[in-house]
Write a protein that binds this ligand. Sequence first.
Ligand code: ARG
Length: 604
Amino acid sequence: TATKTQFISTMSVGEDNVSSVKRQLTQLFEISLRETVPGESDVVPLVDSCSEKSGVKHGDYQCNNAMVLWAKIKGKQTGFRGPPAVGQAIMKNLPPSEIIESCSVAGPGFVNVVLSKNWIAQSLHRMLIDGIDTWAPRLPLKRAVVDFSSPNIAKEMHVGHLRSTIIGDTLARMLEFSHVEVLRRNHVGDWGTQFGMLIEFLFEKFPNPEEVNESAIGDLQAFYKASKVRFDSDSEFKQRAQQAVVRLQGGEIRYRKAWKQICEISRTEFHRVYERLGVQLEEKGESFYNPFIPSVLEELGNKGLIEESEGARVIFVDGVKIPLIVVKSDGGYNYASTDLTALWYRLNEEKAEWIIYVTDVGQQQHFDMVFKAAKRAGWLLADDSLYPKATHVGFGLVLGEDGKRFRTRNTEVVRLVDLLDEAKSRSKTAVLERDAAKDWPEEEVDKTSEAVGYGAVKYADLKNNRLSNYTFNFDQMLNDKGNTAVYLLYAHARICSIIRKSGKDIEQVKKTGKIVLDHDGERALGLHLVQFSEVVEQACTNLLPSTLCEYLYDLSDIFTKKFYSNCQVIGSPEETSRLLLCEATAIVMRKCFYLLGIEPVYKI
Ligand code: ARG
């Protein structure tokens, strides 16, 4: 399977991610497996953490190789009598390690590992001294492209684009944290036949091009609609619009200029949203790839991929009946020709090894066909677990209360700026209701309201499995109880206030103090903390931000229910150690917030 091979390729990179408990145990089991069945070479260790939620727990981690191995060696003269015996042997052959406190074999040969709490404590302490970045995973690639947000000029930037923006930004942040250089690409829809109509309409409205600016045009979406009405109702206008497309593509100065003006106005609007959300992107829109299309299609033609079909030029790919059209019957290029070219550019010019596309699931087939065509061309490998590779990160719809596509009030589409305004003003009301905020300066109230409001919108999106639809509900996402950003941000602020209230200089405590994990609550918290690295690695590998959200929520839960409610911090004999656990929790929470694009809150 993909994860299996990925694991091997990750390990062969040489720079092992030593901060990952799972990876370290995997290496130990690899040695043991080789020892246990010397003849079998390609046995991949199946090691995973044991979830609290799965009921009976015999250890912190488990190795599940015994059954698989048994199936392989059954007929041979190995002396084993069954999977449990194989499990026993795997356990016995484990090299000694400071990570492991004890091992046992359970059921049909599961090898359970209990981690050494001294080792957990030491890892935590080392992280406190050296910084959380030392816990960053190492992925087996150098450079990735994340293609996200990618709205269309003059058309609406709708909640679908908001999802793409939020999910794409998180994926980029997680990969960047994991030592991958990420090219954040905004594949803006800035080319296409709609521009003929827009340009002609612009000429009509503003005979003097000097007068064109954002405030004169006002709402670009309304402008688009009005021009569409004109286009549909007047055949003479329609003809001129069609001419305009040709003239624009031919590079006529006046038309290029008008096109640029329209793009610029859209861009300003997009940027307002990005700025609010703290998202960085580099625009390389569809038009950027235009000059490269002919030579890329020529290459594909030379490789024998392109066929003629009903006047169009197309590529057939495995498992899909309809072909991918790369040149329309009128000779024009389309979305697919641009995407094939962009993929070529990203692989060959930008030397990216992983190209990730974040769009709604509706575009899945498009990307499936583009990737398959690229495989036929030999640009990508057939095996998706190897780099270079391309992945479509699909997501579901945003629904309103009525279960239909999300809309606000009477507007047909939701303006993202309005949505963010509302998130902020609602969270401001809630912030002002809190005692702590009574004597805050306006600026602080504002900053907190933004952190909470935008954080809530982002988290409500990211916590779901991205493939499922989710219902947009302000009341729910701004609730301070339950699995929300508000709850998590407040939990973090409370931990910070425990540290403040102790009156201790935490930097000093880090240097002189020692972490002890004698209480079950302390140990459970410590264990969860040292698993941060492998969770980020998993979230990157599967491109699932929800994995990180789950981890963060569990962390807050374990801190409160297992640790804080049972282990007095201030004034207890264990105060020093427990303050360090508070600090480690706050640091890991903040890194999770950072990776999710959420601003932390320190006081509340
Ligand atoms: N502009 C497209 C849309 O709004 C999304 C582009 C996604 N990226 C890509 N390389 N096709 O649907």
